[in-house]
Every structure is written in structure tokens, then in C-alpha cells.
Design a protein around this ligand. Structure first.
Ligand SMILES: Cc1ncc(COP(=O)(O)O)c(C=O)c1O
Length: 226
């Protein structure tokens, strides 16, 4: 199984000796408890993990739902290696390369009709925040500045970033952070930006965060938000 194709040092329980558990701060984990009772995998193949002491453990969650095709699939490993060797990274800010376009086309092909624009993210949390931003940007772009409220559901989980926490409904995740997101009223722009909204106006602009979304607002009375 897994042991045949992996460096033996990875599978040797002795290789765990001297591993310092101190510095890695584990997400969604009671770190103190874990570090007193570490449960470490050292390899995986198909549906199983291999523990540091050589036991096979069925992976019933497909990683964290991100290894749905199984662990260590040769074709996937080869594709990752080939991609890294050919072009490991190219920016997508003003530049590009063919693969994300090809992947986006493939995603669009299998999506329901009308859902044919694809924006790639690195995690569910980033996806949730991006979706919230898109919803706000959509109404903003069509000139409707009044639709800015975001509605979340009790017990909903939308990741661990501020936007997702704000619409999420898991108390423990919200308690410490969300009030700081929703609690803002106004604050001065740190850049000292000046208004140029109408001729002759050069009053200070303030950042006016409303529901975690900022927009600039002139401090002159009776002006619309910009
Ligand atoms: C609906 C939803 N939003 C956000 C997330 C967070 O994903 P990630 O852990 O990749 O940030 C998840 C993860 O399960 C999710 O199911």
C-alpha cells in the first residue's frame, strides 16, 4: 500500500521523534489537548491514512472534502508534478496562462445554464467572502446603493474570515469577532483623501464602513455616498 512508494523516513514511527509540536497553531483544534495526545498521519493512499505507528485508518471524510478522488492517485500526482515542472505559477493580475481559462470553460460547461463566469479562490472562507462582495458589487454596479444588507442563517457556516463570520450563525465563531465588524460607524480615512465630487469641493473624505463594506463619503453635509 502507501508504504511502497513513499520515502521510508516518512513512515518510520521513529521519524516522529523530535517533531516539535509547539509552533503550528492548528485550526478548529483544542491545541493544548492535541499536543498532549498527538494523532499524526504520515502517509495516505486511496481511502486510507497511515498513522505514525503504521496503522491504516479509513478516511471517511475524503480529507476535509478535498480529496474526493482518493489519496495519492497516480494520474493526479503526475499531473501536479507536470504542472509544477512546466509552469509552476504565473500571475493572473493583468497577465495569464491557458490553464485557468481551460478549467473555467470546463466548469462553465458542467454548470447550470447561465452560470458561466468563474472566479477562482483558495478556500471556502475566501469563496464566501468573495460571494458577499460580488452580491454587494452587483447592486452597486447597477446603481442601487440601498441594497447592502446581508442575511445569514442561524447555525450557518461560511468559513472563518470576517465576511463569512458575519453571515455565519455559529456562536463560538462569531462571539469575539463579529461585533468588531458590524460595530463600526465611521472612521477617518488614514490617507487624508480629499473630495473632488463637485467643482471646488475639497473636504475630507471619511471611510464609511457599513456592514463590513467601506465606501468613501464626503464630510460635506447632504452629499450622497460615493
Ligand atoms: C459553506 C461553507 N463556507 C465556507 C467554508 C470554509 O471553507 P475553508 O475551510 O476552505 O475556508 C466551508 C467549509 O466546509 C463551507 O462548507
Amino acid at each position: 500500500m502507501a508504504s511502497q512508494s513513499l520515502p521510508s523516513a516518512l513512515l518510520d514511527p521513529a521519524s516522529m521523534d523530535g517533531v516539535d509540536l509547539d509552533h503550528f497553531w492548528m485550526p478548529f483544534t483544542n491545541n493544548r489537548f492535541f499536543k498532549q495526545n498527538p494523532r499524526l498521519f504520515v502517509a495516505a493512499r486511496d481511502m486510507h491514512y497511515t498513522t505514525a505507528d503504521g496503522r491504516q485508518v479509513l478516511d471517511a471524510t475524503a480529507g476535509l472534502w478535498c480529496v474526493n478522488a482518493g489519496h495519492g492517485r497516480a494520474a493526479i500526482t503526475a499531473a501536479i508534478a507536470e504542472a509544477a515542472a512546466t509552469l509552476d505559477f504565473a500571475p493572473t493580475f493583468q497577465l495569464g496562462h491557458p490553464l485557468p481559462f481551460r478549467l473555467a470553460s470546463e466548469v462553465a460547461r458542467i454548470m447550470p445554464e447561465g452560470l458561466d463566469r468563474v472566479f477562482f479562490t483558495n478556500s471556502g472562507s475566501e469563496s464566501a467572502d468573495t460571494a458577499l462582495k460580488m452580491a454587494l458589487a452587483y447592486h452597486h454596479a447597477r446603481g442601487d446603493h440601498t441594497r447592502f444588507r446581508l442575511i445569514g442563517r442561524q447555525r450557518g457556516y461560511h468559513g472563518t474570515n470576517f465576511g463569512g463570520l458575519s453571515v455565519g450563525g455559529i456562536g463560538g465563531n462569531r462571539r469575539r469577532f463579529v461585533s468588531q465588524v458590524w460595530g463600526w460607524t465611521t472612521c477617518r480615512t488614514p490617507t487624508g483623501r480629499r473630495c473632488g465630487f463637485s467643482a471646488g469641493c475639497s473636504r475630507a473624505m471619511v471611510a464609511w464602513p457599513r456592514n463590513w463594506k467601506n465606501w468613501w463619503r464626503c464630510t460635506a453635509p447632504k452629499r450622497s455616498p460615493r
